[in-house]
Ligand binder design. Structure first.
Ligand code: SF4
Ligand code: FES
Length: 245
């Protein structure tokens, strides 16, 4: 382990590189060696590799702070946010990085989670549905703080896709809305502004690509960096929708 009091050590990265748009490109691991610095994250390491060893290496980052959800990767076999992962977490200094499956590969470690999330948002009709005509110039309707907290809790999803990439059902069945999609449904179900009924939600996700496709393998919740109560919400929705006649 490296900190300011100990000597730096050499890290060995093995990174999957592939450009699906280049006919000559073949998927394969490329090895890079880098000296570890104190407090080094995968974000820092990958940027150093790109600036000093391989300008062609592609990966995504925006916020560096676990907020934007851009930097999901498979790191030593586990789905993680690279900007929140310290190199010191790997005692032998060997770090293998692959792109997240379940999403369209753009290049190397860069995947198109945005397209997946956009398709999912349309699929679960991720917007407020209301029976009443509202004048947007009027003061917003008051909401009980406890009720608002329940909605905000589920709104903390950063759309990183770690729950999807770690879900066996989502990997096998590309139409499955996954934990991120079901969390979105639970968010609107909890929101008093949305007037959809359980019957309406049943029409939307009451099938094997929705709430009844989840096999409760729990990997979504185990890997969610925001610690969202995904399995609790999926179980709650399933109980609600299974009783719809
Ligand atoms: S539910 Fe969690 S793991 Fe899934 S996309 Fe949202 S923040 Fe990421
Ligand atoms: S760079 Fe934004 S979550 Fe990692």
């Amino acid at each position: 382990m490296s900190d300011s009091k100990t000597e730096s050590r050499e890290l060995i990265f093995s990174i999957l590189k592939y450009n699906p748009r280049d006919f000559d490109s073949k998927p394969g691991f490329v090895e890079y060696k880098l000296m570890e610095t104190a407090g080094m994250t995968l974000f820092i390491a990958l940027n150093q590799i790109r600036s000093t060893l391989d300008a062609d290496l592609s990966f995504d980052f925006v916020c560096r702070a676990g907020i934007c959800g851009s930097c999901g990767m498979i790191i030593n076999g586990k789905p993680l946010l690279a900007c929140r992962t310290l190199t010191s977490s790997y005692p032998d200094g060997k770090i293998q990085i692959m792109p997240m499956p379940a999403f369209e590969l753009i290049k190397d470690l860069s995947v198109n989670t945005g397209k997946w999330m956009n398709d999912m948002s349309k699929r679960v009709e991720s917007w407020i549905h209301s029976n009443e005509e509202k004048d947007i110039r009027t003061i917003e309707e008051r909401v009980d703080p406890d009720q608002a907290d329940k909605t905000f809790e589920l709104d903390r999803c950063i759309e990183c896709g770690l729950c999807i990439t770690s879900c066996s059902t989502a990997l096998m069945r590309h139409d499955f809305v996954g934990a991120a999609g079901l969390n979105r449904v639970a968010r609107f179900h909890a929101d008093p502004h949305d007037t959809r009924t359980d019957e309406d939600y049943y029409e939307l996700v009451g099938d094997d690509d929705g709430i009844f496709g989840c096999m409760s393998l729990m990997a979504c919740e185990d890997n969610c960096p925001k610690h969202l109560p995904l399995q609790e919400k999926i179980s709650y929705l399933r109980r609600k929708l299974v009783s719809v006649k």
